[in-house]
Design a protein around this ligand. Structure first.
Ligand code: A2P
Length: 239
């Protein structure tokens, strides 16, 4: 499908080391149904050094199924501008730079949606345990927003979030997240690089909140979602 950019907003603070953006894509008249937890593929224009078209890159949808705004035929993505690899060597970041530089009204070639396993349970009373770092928060935002829009239905089900970032200004959606009612979502933020504070990872907070995590896990209807840095998987599993 061809989507049109209807918004591109920076999420990270002025002093932040990363440029993370909230990008809204509108599908106009085209049918492009997605579910929370699915990904879509972005086809960057142009070709690589060998003249071959760029590979599509997958991004998690950050908005709920009925759209970033209800009844709009759109999806939101959370995109971090990639400029270097984990060792600090410069890399092209073809798709992320293409997306982060998009102006309102620009068009994007999209394929998908993809994903059949990272989906929300149909049972609305089920509990969701969400563990993420950085832009891994995109699917968690989609699921949380899905539940928030249905709050009045009183379907039940607890939400517990563990979210890791270097500092508050690096944490996408920090403002809106902190405005959510405490009885709607149990939020646990782990910051690793706040001066004067001990380094914290999500797995440290999972341990600290062990009793409540255990209570959720022991329940019949608990679903666990982990998204973000590959490296956290081991620590989270151990915790
Ligand atoms: P760190 O400050 O040690 O890099 P990033 O900003 O690079 O996307 O990382 C998001 C958060 O995940 C950072 O707070 C980062 O901490 C943290 N992190 C790095 N490695 C791990 C790990 N093995 N387990 C959990 N969190 C991690």
């Amino acid at each position: 499908a061809i989507a049109t950019v209807s918004g591109n907003f920076r999420l990270t603070g002025e002093g932040a080391s990363s440029d993370i953006r909230h990008i809204v894509l509108d599908f106009g008249q085209a049918a492009f149904p997605v579910l929370e937890g699915q990904t879509i593929g972005i086809l960057p224009p142009g070709a690589d050094a060998q003249g071959r078209p760029h590979h599509p890159r997958l991004y998690s949808v950050a908005s709920p199924r009925e759209g970033e705004r209800p009844r709009y035929n759109n999806v939101a993505l959370t995109v971090k501008r990639v400029t270097e690899d984990h060792e600090g060597r410069p890399v092209a970041g073809v798709a992320s730079n293409f997306l982060c530089d998009l102006a309102k009204g620009a068009t994007v070639n999209v394929i998908g949606p993809f994903g059949t396993s990272f989906l929300m349970p149909n049972h609305p009373g089920s509990n969701l345990l969400m563990i993420c770092t950085g832009t891994g928060s995109a699917p968690m935002r989609a699921m949380t927003e899905r539940r928030r829009r249905r709050i009045a239905l009183k379907e039940g089900g607890e939400l517990m979030l563990f979210f890791g970032a270097r500092a508050p200004e690096e944490l996408p959606y920090f403002g809106p997240l902190m405005k959510l009612p405490r009885d709607f979502i149990d939020i646990n933020l782990a910051f690793s690089r706040v001066p004067g504070q001990p380094k914290q990872y999500v797995q440290d907070l999972i341990r600290a909140r062990g009793d409540d995590v255990f209570r959720l896990l022991a329940g019949e209807h608990c679903f666990v979602y982990v998204c973000g840095l590959k490296g956290m998987e081991e620590g989270v599993t151990e915790a």
